[in-house]
Design a protein around this ligand. Structure first.
Ligand code: NDP
Length: 255
């Protein structure tokens, strides 16, 4: 009975940036909890490979290729998904990028690009999907923040600024849309081994530092993000809104 609170059977989810990494893991996790899942990315071939892999497990998945920084492409894609697949119950705003470099020399275009990918995207996709959820008086939106939503770190000032913005966008949308029965929350992942973090994963010095700095003493495993995503996508979180659930082995809880 209590487990049915977490059951996603019959729900339709869109996970942005899900051809690899965290998005791919979350797409598979939601599908295994019963959801139908639309995966997204810009590379049709890479996306098709991911969809095929999950479909072979018997999961109900499909693909929608669009660029989450392009408001027109987003609106077209969301309209197409709703017509061809069904009304979206769940949106995971996961697409994101990293760009490292000293703040004093950071290029203008790289700053704009990281804001487009990490912040504009979450707002534009939420706007398109949220407008439809408002009409249905039901929806779950989960933004992917970071430990950098709370903590600074040298060489990633722009990334940290974007993830702080994601935290406050989560609270703002939660405040505005709770009355429409839409819960907007976020997940704050610690450090996970994905292509986005390749430079850190391949750096033994960083890895040793991280394991010392994290109370759990290790990197996160992608499957450890799934429980938080299911909770925030399901009826189990119907009175939870504006929260960022840290999945970081205790990193942000400690100095
Ligand atoms: P990856 O680089 O492994 O994957 C990013 C995904 O986003 C890819 O599928 C990529 O596909 C897609 N993507 C990028 N830009 C766009 C775009 N403009 N339109 C559509 N899709 C796009 O990243 P991670 O899995 O590591 O990160 C996912 C999220 O989690 C990000 O928001 C990141 O900031 C956050 N995060 C990651 C952490 C980690 O430890 N890895 C820690 C904390 C937060 P394609 O390029 O083919 O379009």
């Amino acid at each position: 009975m209590s487990l049915s609170l977490f059951d996603l059977t019959g729900r339709l989810a869109l996970v942005t940036g899900s051809s690899q990494g965290i998005g791919y893991a979350l797409a598979g996790g939601l599908a295994r909890a019963g959801a139908r899942v639309v995966l997204n990315g810009r590379d049709a071939a890479k996306l098709a490979e991911g969809v095929e892999h999950l479909a072979r497990e018997g999961l109900n998945v499909s693909a929608s290729v669009f660029d989450v920084t392009d408001p027109k492409a987003i609106e077209d894609a969301v309209a197409r998904i709703e017509t061809e697949v069904g009304p979206l119950d769940i949106l995971i705003n996961n697409a994101g990028k990293q760009h490292r470099g000293p703040a004093e020399d950071f290029p203008d275009e790289a700053w704009r690009d990281i804001f487009r990918t990490n912040v504009d995207s979450a707002f534009f996709v939420s706007r398109s999907v949220g407008r439809r959820m408002i009409q249905r008086r039901s929806g779950k939106i989960v933004n992917i923040g970071s430990v950098q939503s709370e903590l600074g770190r040298p060489t990633i000032v722009p990334y940290t600024a974007t993830k702080g913005a994601v935290k406050m966008m989560t609270r703002g949308l939660a405040a505005e849309w709770a009355k429409h029965n839409i819960q907007v929350n976020a997940i704050g992942p610690g450090y996970f081994d994905t292509p986005l973090n390749a430079a850190l994963v391949n750096n033994p010095e960083f890895s040793a530092w991280l394991c010392g700095r994290t109370p759990a003493g290790r990197w996160g495993k992608l499957e450890e993000l799934i429980g938080a995503a299911i909770f925030l996508s399901s009826s189990a979180s119907d009175f939870v809104s504006g929260h960022m659930l840290m999945v970081d082995g205790g990193l942000t809880a400690s100095v």
